[in-house]
Design a protein around this ligand. Structure first.
Ligand code: 5AD
Ligand code: SF4
Length: 473
């Protein structure tokens, strides 16, 4: 397969003179008003979007904007949208309604909408019709064009719209306003080729493309030099990393390379597809000391019939075989998952097979979702949609099984000591800190704020379903 073309983010279509002019205008603005122009990003959805928002922040900072944590006093409000389930979509439209009122009182405020929703033609039409006050629309492949789009609105007095539906390009060296110093998200693949029948991602994020290993390694080295301790490698299906690259490299080999970088202490990755989780990856997790013993392995359903109609390309038996392998090779491995309840045609018997796999695997935690119809996907066309009341009933019954298992897994940590990367002051109280173990368990413990960003040893004293409590030793 042909290599994906790589472009430097500074050489974009609309870059160059326009960026320089914008920068000058913003400097003038600062001189006249005694403050920089401000932006506020509302991010919906997954870590991929969170990381895209860091790039958007980086682009805006490079032309003289600064971030504000309140949309009410921002000069530019950006909606980075998600389309994975209907409720994500509804949240965006609800909040846009609110911002419409803001814009009425502050006509100079710019409103931009980007992200997965904008990758779909019908969504763009709906947005531009119902929310005509929106000034800028861009997609997941055109973040680098944002300065040019602002220029279009401010200087040319036109709407700034730039969406590329399926791009083979990867833009490297985009500036990033990283949210945290001690942990970072790092893209390794973009897009998805799997076409699970319920999922809209392949239609909006396009075909899978991998970043060159050298680009990833350089980025991680720079992060380490800057004090970053934990990286999370991002891709819709990290296990298929490298298949479109000329330089033959597997995901397992990439992990081993990243494991060598001084300063990085933890390596996480999201998401693994069970059909591509290979023996050499299991062995790499085992062998690489910095790779966390945590695998997020979305099962989606426990019935082979449902898995087939979901186009997941594995069976319940294959999945359980992977879990056995992981547990045998890495005895303290934490396994987490995603589950969809109420996929079209799911019978009570199918549902009970999902409950059964949850019991067999003994998950450390799980994201559970009600199936949501996504227009354009194959599952949306299936005629035996499950009624809402049955979906909700199954969902609640699933949680009744899942939560005691999660609590039991957490209970097994009581009395043990775990290294915890301290992330922030706990929401539960000021003298409390919050961090995560390598297994992704959330821990609250007493400690001073200057420990944020460090890895400390914490003895677990008490556990709940969604967090554990402990003390530093
Ligand atoms: N309905 C419900 N859940 C979905 N997911 C993806 N598409 C849908 C949908 N249409 C879930 C899957 C996936 C996670 C990111 O979101 O479980 O793993
Ligand atoms: Fe969606 Fe399946 Fe691709 Fe994940 S692997 S993004 S669920 S199509």
């Amino acid at each position: 397969m042909k290599n994906t073309e790589i472009k430097n983010a500074e050489n974009t279509k609309l870059a160059g003179d326009r960026i320089i002019e914008l920068r000058n205008n913003n400097e003038q603005y600062f001189i006249v008003n005694g403050r920089k122009k401000t932006y506020h990003i509302l991010t919906y959805g997954c870590q991929m979007n969170e990381h895209d928002s860091e790039k958007i922040g980086g682009m805006l900072t490079s032309i003289g904007y600064e971030e504000t944590d309140d949309d009410k006093n921002a000069d530019l409000v950006i909606f980075n949208t998600c389309l994975i389930r209907e409720n994500a979509e509804l949240k965006v439209f609800g909040k846009l309604g609110e911002v419409k009122g803001l814009k009425r009182n502050k006509p100079d405020m710019l409103v931009a909408v980007c992200g997965c929703m904008m990758q779909k033609e019908e969504m763009r039409q709906k947005l531009l019709k119902s929310f005509s006050f929106v000034d800028i629309v861009f997609g997941t492949n055109t973040i680098q064009e944002l300065p040019g789009l602002i220029y279009e609105v401010e200087v040319n007095k036109k709407k700034g719209i730039d969406v590329v539906e399926n791009s083979e390009l990867i833009y490297e060296n985009m500036p990033k306003m990283r949210k945290f110093k001690y942990k970072a998200l790092v893209n390794i693949t973009y897009g998805c080729n799997n076409f699970c029948t319920y999922c809209v991602v392949p239609y909006v994020r396009g075909r899978e493309k991998s970043r060159e290993p050298g680009e990833i390694i350089n980025e991680v080295k720079l992060l380490a030099e800057d004090g970053c301790k934990e990286i999370t490698l991002l891709g819709q299906n990290v296990n298929s990393y490298g298949v479109n690259l000329e330089s033959k490299i597997t995901f397992a080999e990439l992990l081993c390379e990243l494991n060598k970088i001084d300063g990085i202490e933890r390596i996480r990755f999201m998401t693994s597809h069970p059909k591509d989780l290979t023996e050499d990856l299991v062995m790499a997790i085992k062998a690489c000391s910095k790779v966390c013993n945590h695998v997020h392995l979305p099962v989606q359903a426990g019935s082979n019939d449902v898995l087939k109609r979901m186009n997941r390309k594995y069976t319940k038996e294959h999945y359980l075989g992977l879990v056995d392998k992981l547990k045998k090779e890495i005895p303290d491995v934490a396994i987490t998952t995603d589950i969809i309840v109420g996929f079209p045609g799911e019978t009570e018997e199918d549902f009970l097979k999902t409950v059964d796999i949850v019991k067999k695997v003994q998950y450390d935690s799980a994201f559970t979702f009600l199936y949501s119809v996504r227009e354009g996907t194959k599952a949306a066309e299936m005629d035996d949609q499950v009624p809402d009341d049955i979906k909700h009933d199954r969902f609640n019954r699933l949680l009744d099984v899942l939560y005691p298992i999660v609590l039991e897994r957490n209970s097994q940590c009581i009395g043990k000591v775990y290294p915890v990367l301290v992330e922030s002051v706990s929401k539960t109280g000021n003298s409390y800190l919050t961090g995560r173990t390598e297994h992704f368990r959330l821990v609250h413990f007493a400690g001073s704020e200057n420990l944020i960003g460090q890895i400390v040893n914490v003895k677990i004293t008490n556990v709940k379903t969604f967090h554990m409590e402990g003390e530093i030793i």
